[in-house]
Design a protein around this ligand. Structure first.
Ligand SMILES: Nc1ncnc2c1ncn2[C@@H]1O[C@H](COP(=O)(O)OP(=O)(O)OP(=O)(O)O)[C@@H](O)[C@H]1O
Length: 295
């Protein structure tokens, strides 16, 4: 594994437009380092800002959201300084995404073939024949049986698991350096979840891609991630190799997260929900430390 960082988010603060011209902080001085050719889990509870981190990196922030300070270094350049056209050029070609719900990620009225070949023609400048060959190759890589038949079909003719395989094929098709996978298995059947995780890991290794794996599920992190960052209230509380963080969590929030996960090696231990006191204490520390901004 290559160990130089591909992506470094440094001290990133981001806010959204609030009522009466105020701004609500969402990310508070967040720093994150993603190594080349590695899978990095961004883990935390709902509302912590995981998805917003992914959107900031991809340059697809919602209306009203803005980066207030900090930088996002990707492959040697600060993405926050790029013009929107330059950002768009990177998206799809150098970085792509796998989202939670494959049914909304795919276009319902387009055949699978067109959905894959369009991406290849647009981002890679491939001719139709070469794009078709690459599309077939990608469907085989994600273990779609009878890819010629599936190429002719529409998403509604396929299962959720099959659709997510196609989304994965599209994400890897242009051989991007970075893929942001935001809860890619949450909408799927448990039996399919495991296959999809294994598939992402296999393709990541095969193509030498880096993956930022956004999830609330520590079980998923344990299965696929080399490293992990724990996010709470828009701040990273702890980062390290998955092995180290699981074995010896340093932050009390990480310890609480781990205690809230069922484990086969301690079947008799009662699960400890994360206490509201801990939430309140941490939130107070983070917000008081960073301050809440007005517009
Ligand atoms: N479009 C938006 N406009 C305003 N606030 C938003 C918007 N999208 C998200 N937020 C707020 O930003 C915060 C972080 O949301 P985000 O979706 O990044 O969290 P998350 O950790 O990914 O949670 P989940 O696992 O539930 O998706 C939340 O407080 C959310 O309400």
């Amino acid at each position: 594994m290559n160990t130089s960082p591909l992506l470094e988010v440094r001290n990133l603060s981001l806010s959204v437009r609030g009522p009466r011209g105020t701004r609500t902080p969402i990310l508070r001085g967040l720093s994150l380092c993603l190594e080349s050719q590695a899978v990095h889990g961004l883990v935390g509870e709902s509302g912590g800002g995981k998805t917003m981190v992914g959107k900031a990196i991809l340059g697809v922030l919602p209306d009203g959201a803005r980066i207030d300070s900090g930088s996002i270094w990707f492959d040697g350049q600060d993405l926050t300084l790029l013009r929107p056209t330059e950002r768009r050029r990177l998206l799809g070609r150098s970085m792509s995404m796998i989202l939670q719900n494959p049914m909304t990620a795919l276009n319902p009225v387009m055949r699978i073939e067109t959905q894959i070949t369009d991406v290849l023609q647009f981002h890679m400048g491939m001719k139709k024949k070469a794009a078709r060959a690459r599309a077939l190759e990608m469907l085989e890589a994600v273990r779609i049986r009878d890819p010629e038949r599936v190429m002719k079909q529409h998403p509604h003719q396929l299962s959720g698991g099959m659709c997510q395989r196609i989304v994965i094929a599209i994400a890897f098709a242009c051989r991007p350096k970075l893929i942001i996978a935001d809860e890619p298995t949450t909408a799927l059947d448990v039996t399919v979840q495991h296959q999809i995780l294994r598939l992402i890991r296999e393709l990541q290794e095969q193509f030498g891609t880096s993956v930022l794996f956004v999830t609330h599920d520590l079980g998923v992190v344990a299965k696929v991630c080399d490293a992990i960052s724990v996010i709470f209230a828009g701040t990273i509380l702890e980062s390290g190799t998955t092995h180290d963080v699981f074995r010896l969590p340093k932050h009390r929030y990480t310890q609480a997260l781990l205690d809230a996960v069922p484990r086969y090696d301690r079947p008799n231990r009662l699960l400890q929900p994360i206490s509201s006191t801990l939430h309140a204490e941490l939130f107070d520390e983070i917000v008081n430390h960073q301050g809440v901004s007005a517009a």
